[in-house]
Design a protein around this ligand. Structure first.
Ligand code: CO
Length: 136
């Protein structure tokens, strides 16, 4: 792979227990406001996106006890959950990662929040970081 496939850091996702408290904290600390808010039922999360230039801080909270984010908080506590890398073509970037040795969580791109197309890649194959590929 020689062409650079990443076009932006799309978002940094932080898992929190109390979404309202986290939003309020970011507002008081930085004057940050919520640009987009959404419940993604299939992932069992509610998210609030705080826009930072062309990227987002994504505050994430579980909507049910069996959601992956609930399990992550249970296991590791609150904190950095994943990094979203923006790409022009999610399928191309996913294949490039697989070719580089990545273990996909999603075998093919699927719908994400705010109308994006996304695919997750397992942290064990990516130096301990859960990676989400995001195509707008
Ligand atoms: Co994300």
């Amino acid at each position: 792979m020689s062409a650079m496939l990443l076009t932006e850091i799309d978002h940094v996702a932080i898992a929190v227990r109390d979404l309202e408290a986290a939003i309020d904290y970011y507002r008081r600390a930085f004057g940050a406001t919520v640009d987009h808010r959404e419940i993604v039922e299939s992932d069992g999360v509610e998210e609030a996106l705080l826009k930072v230039a062309e990227s987002y801080v994504q505050l994430l909270t579980p909507t049910r006890p069996d959601s992956p984010v609930a399990k992550a908080i249970e296991k590791r506590g609150e904190g950095l959950h994943h990094v979203g890398y923006r790409v022009a073509d999610c399928a191309v970037a996913l294949q490039a990662m697989i070719d580089a040795g990545a273990t996909p969580i999603d075998s093919a791109p699927r719908p994400g929040s705010r109308g994006t197309t996304v695919a997750f890649v397992h942290p064990k194959s990516s130096f301990g970081t859960l990676i989400e590929l995001v195509q707008e």
